[in-house]
Design a protein around this ligand. Sequence first.
Ligand code: ISL
Ligand code: CA
Length: 554
Amino acid sequence: MKRTWYKEGFVYQIYPRSFKDSNNDGIGDIRGIIEKVDYLNDLGIDIVWLSPVYKSPNDDNGYDISDYKDIMEDFGTLADWKAMISAFHARGIKLVMDLVVNHTSDEHPWFIESKKNKANPYRDYYFWRKGRGKKKPNNWTSFFTGSAWEYDKITAEYYLHLFSKKQPDLNWDNPKVREEVKGIIKFWLDLGVDGFRCDVINIISKKRGLPNGKFKIGLIGSEHYMNGPHVHEYLHELNVDVLSKYDCFTVGEAVFIAPEAALKYVEEKNQELSMIFHFDHMFVDNIFKWILRPFKLKKLKRVLSRWQDKINGKGWNTLYLENHDQPRIVSRWGNDKEYHTESAKMLATMIYFQQGTPFIYQGQEIGMTNAHFTELSQYRDVETLNIYQLGRKKLHLTHKNMMKRLAYMSRDNARTPMQWNNDLHAGFSTREPWIEVNPNYNDINVEVAKKDDNSIYHYYKKIISLRKKYDIIVYGDYLELLPNDKNLYVYLRSLDDQILLVITSFTEKQVRFSLPKTVNYRDALLLLSNYEVNDNLTQFVTRPYEARVYLLNK
Ligand code: ISL
Ligand code: CA
């Protein structure tokens, strides 16, 4: 395994709209991030992944880009951005930008041109097709519900959009499109960025002819673009032509992917991506996100262990529980009431001692919870609003039923403003923010957390510092113990003559833990725990959401 900084670093994701508002217009911005650089440095993180800050009409909060080489006015200017990257670099923090190139905004000049007429040189940057009589060009559906095709009067043709209709898909088979993407990557690398998080990168290559999807439910047509025919060629091309010439890394967002398919992207010899985000663990408590099912620890363990086992030694994993598209983990698999602190710490322990690059999402380090919105009008997210309409109008579900699903899964749960202190609007802004602040900000905020030695914040800080101190946490091999236990997730990591033992309980009930006899060691050191520990590690009864990490010497 090649040792390198992006495997050793801890990543912090910033969703700029909700991080810190410097000019009090209710929207987070780049100057706001600059105000908080020392906060991030103090937490100990090494890399920042910044969600999109490019020019955008904000149909999907910046994931619909109208100018890849400039900054959205709400967020500031390119000069502010330059000041921000300097502030990060001055503290040894690297910056990863979000690269959203499966689609552009419909307000991007390329799309505006391509709409004009069929002979326009930009026409073939996108997928324009005639309808089949009165019908759409094919039966594909969008990630955000409804058909993936939108009709445009000017040329009487449809264009493809796998996300909202303001996000037309780019045609990567056109070599000019690939050259444009290389130009964008080069532009930011030359300004000093250290890598890219590549949005939905495994769906950029669509099957020739765009045939109808076979399955009639779910994301119809997806078998024709998930890990599509030329995706590996195209990523290899970007890597060889641009990325490999810089000291940078890439993390690809890969939707609906199995570890076997993931390996093709991340095996070092293939020269494509450095690592990917998969979603397998995010589907443990739901099917297609909106059909909820009870959380089962055994399922989670099976999924995570499978990813550890398949990728280990060949490629590199990512470790995450939250991002701007997912609800808050403590509300999801923990207990955000009686055991808020214990369960948030346990979840962090469970994930961040596995092998892979760890990512935390803003607010996770203080245990921010779901928004618990009760009115539809409190939601802002395009996906959330679309799914509500689909549920009500097409599936005839009740308002109450839909609101329950949104309260659990909506992306807006992660998008409420960062809770900095007890001031009005949690210190995020002095003005009414673009989305409501979670009313629990008086108890859950950075200022309170910093003062309390037992806080979730200090626990995260400890995890981050341990990872810097012990190679085994970064590079050790993974082995799961007690796979059939319904309440405990226990695993080992091993490197040379050391073993790391991680024990986590997913229940408030007491559970008897016994260390399997196969684990032999001479001495043990408790590195981390979310309760005071006075007993022996070979056998003990767990407390609610207990977590312990031991370093054993063979
Ligand atoms: O969050 C999801 C809805 O269920 C995912 O399906 C999500 O749409 C998918 O992971 C792709 O996400 C990325 O691309 C989208 C953007 O809306 C997301 O914020 C982004 O992370 C389109 O650019
Ligand atoms: Ca602002």
